[in-house]
Structures are given as structure tokens and as C-alpha cells.
Design a protein around this ligand. Structure first.
Ligand code: DAH
Length: 329
């Protein structure tokens, strides 16, 4: 019994020294657990006579209850202390200035696409985004770019297999819409395009807006008018531009439009032309009755020109110092 009293004192000291709730659990296991010291006392009772067993087990059990209640008390005390400490630490200094919430804003590319879209919607165009995963037929064949046409090389295509690819141009949507709709057709197709190319003026993914008009009597002056109007609207002032004869397999009368910058240097911003009769044939539009014009604008390029941005990669690096300059809200 002396041992038992000593043990009881030990437990009390342990409890007194404990500072964390987890430690209380350790104490409980150490003394009262299945392999605990206290439990071994109970097990040892089997060596005693019936009378002794009865006498000691009452004592032991009483002590056990006391220990359980002591642990419980200590637990309550510790919980209170922890709470008190937390309340002290977490008091709010109401005199401190508040933290402002930063508002997000549209990415300059999204903003520009919306802006351009609105302009064309005002002119009676419809807008369709289209698919980024295309097939060879819509991206090349139907646009009069045959299998071994040199124009394919310049596109550095990402292929999935012999037929599937990431579209290299939004022009593929011309085919899809002309197949589906009857003239008169006035559509724009904004979206992402992909080419395996990477430097200060090229990223493997970039954005284009394609425009397509199909109707009777559509001619090159219609195309010029719309491009002039668009550029005037986009740059917010009269800009000096030049139509330079060019070549695209899907247009005949093809041109590229250059903007002449302040130093008199021409910078290419879009390709355009009268849709090739062969393309109209591919989509079953009678080229004797209807004619069509189309254009494809590089979005990043015109934003770069408008804001004097020197490296296309800034758009995709998520650097807040760059993006914060384009807060539109
Ligand atoms: N798809 C061409 C490109 O990515 C751009 C283009 C040129 C689009 C002429 C057109 C067009 O609609 O008529 O380089």
C-alpha cells in the first residue's frame, strides 16, 4: 500500500508539471492504460487471498477514480489557460489601418477581344469562338492549302496524330460557318491559335480575330472600308496604314496591312483578302453569285502597338507589375 501511495504522489507531480493537453493523455496511458503501472497493480491482485483481493481492489479503484478526476480537472484548467492566452494574443488593435482588398481586372487580351467584338457586333456581325482542336481538313485542305503546299511549313503545327491538330489559324472557322450558314454571312471568330514558335514576337499560343463577310457584290473596297473603320476605332485616332499586296492560299487578291509607326517604320498587323473561289466551292457556295472577303488580326500584335509593348511574352508571365497597368474596372 505504501507503493500505491507513492505512485499516487508521482502521478500528482506528473500532472502538476504537465503544460499541454497532449501530455495529459500520455500520463493517462502511462498509469491507467492497458499496460500502465496502475493496471499492473490490479493484475497483481490475483496473487492475494479472496479477502485481501476484496479489500485492496476497493482501495485501488477508489484511487483510480481519484486519478481520473485529477486528470479531468487538470484538463479543464489547461483548456482555460490556453483560451485565455489565445484571447490575449488575438486582441484586435482597432487603431491599425485596415488591409485593402485588391480588385481583379480582365486580362488585357480578354479586354481587347471584348472591345473588338463590341465594335463588330455594332456593325451587325455575329461572334463565334469555335474549336481549338481542329482537323487537317478545316485548318488546311478546305482553305486551299494542299498537303505539300509551302504555306504549311510556316505554321509549325502541333499535331496530335495524322489528322488532329491544334488550330494554327482562326481561318478554319470560315469553313465551318460557311458550311452551316446561308449568305448573307457576317461573322467574327476570336480565339486562341497555336504554333510551335517562341521569341520576343512569337509565343506557342496567341490570339486572332477572324472576320468573314459573304454576300452578293462584296468587293475589295468593302474590305478596305471595314478595316479602316476598325483601326480608327481601335487606336482612337487616324492611323497611317498601308495595304501591301501579299499571298494567302485561301484568298485571291490578298493583302497585308501595315501600320506606319512614328518613325515611319511599317509593322504588319493583319492579313486579308477576297476569299478564293476554290474555298467557296469547297463549302458549296456559288462563287458566280456570291463573293466573300475575310481578314485575320493578331490580337497581341495590335495591343503591343497600341501600348508600346516590346515583348509578347509579358502577356503570359502573370507579372502583376505588367498586368496592373491594365486596370479597366
Ligand atoms: N490566317 C492567316 C494567318 O494566320 C491570316 C489571314 C490572312 C486571315 C488572310 C484571313 C485572310 O482571313 O483573308 O496568317
Amino acid at each position: 500500500m505504501l507503493n500505491l501511495n507513492q505512485l499516487f504522489e508521482n502521478i500528482k507531480t506528473d500532472l502538476k508539471n504537465s503544460k499541454k493537453i497532449e501530455e495529459l493523455d500520455e500520463i493517462r496511458i502511462k498509469y491507467l492504460g492497458k499496460k500502465g503501472i496502475f493496471t499492473s497493480y490490479i493484475k497483481n491482485l490475483k496473487n492475494f487471498s479472496f479477502e485481501e483481493k476484496k479489500k485492496y481492489s476497493i482501495i485501488i479503484n477508489k484511487k483510480k477514480q481519484e486519478i481520473i478526476s485529477l486528470i479531468h480537472q487538470k484538463k479543464q484548467k489547461l483548456t482555460e489557460l490556453i483560451l485565455e492566452k489565445r484571447i490575449k494574443e488575438e486582441t484586435i488593435d482597432v487603431s491599425l489601418p485596415g488591409r485593402r482588398t485588391e480588385y481583379g481586372s480582365l486580362h488585357p487580351i480578354t479586354h481587347t477581344i471584348n472591345y473588338i467584338k463590341n465594335f463588330f457586333l455594332m456593325l451587325g456581325f455575329q461572334s463565334v469562338n469555335g474549336l481549338e482542336i481542329e482537323d487537317e481538313y478545316h485548318n488546311f485542305d478546305a482553305l486551299n492549302i494542299s498537303k505539300n503546299h509551302p504555306a504549311r511549313d510556316s505554321h509549325d503545327t502541333f499535331w496530335f496524330n495524322d489528322n488532329r491538330l491544334l488550330r494554327t489559324q482562326t481561318s478554319s472557322m470560315q469553313i465551318r460557318i460557311m458550311k452551316k450558314e446561308k449568305p448573307p454571312i457576317r461573322f467574327i471568330f476570336p480565339g486562341k491559335v497555336y504554333r510551335n514558335d517562341y521569341d520576343t514576337t512569337h509565343t506557342p499560343m496567341f490570339h486572332q480575330i477572324e472576320g468573314l463577310i459573304v454576300d452578293e457584290n462584296i468587293n475589295f473596297s468593302n474590305l478596305k472600308w471595314i478595316i479602316y473603320k476598325f483601326l480608327y476605332h481601335f487606336f482612337g485616332k487616324k492611323v497611317s496604314i498601308k495595304f501591301r499586296p501579299s499571298y494567302f492560299p485561301f484568298t485571291v487578291l490578298s493583302a497585308e496591312v501595315d501600320i506606319i509607326n512614328n518613325n515611319g517604320k511599317p509593322l504588319e498587323i493583319l492579313g486579308c483578302g477576297m476569299v478564293h473561289p476554290e474555298v467557296l466551292k469547297n463549302v458549296n457556295i456559288d462563287s458566280k453569285r456570291y463573293s466573300a472577303c475575310a481578314f485575320g488580326i493578331g490580337i497581341e500584335r495590335i495591343i503591343m502597338l497600341r501600348y508600346g509593348i516590346s515583348d509578347i511574352r509579358y502577356f503570359f508571365e502573370n507579372d502583376m507589375r505588367f498586368l496592373n497597368q491594365f486596370k479597366y474596372n
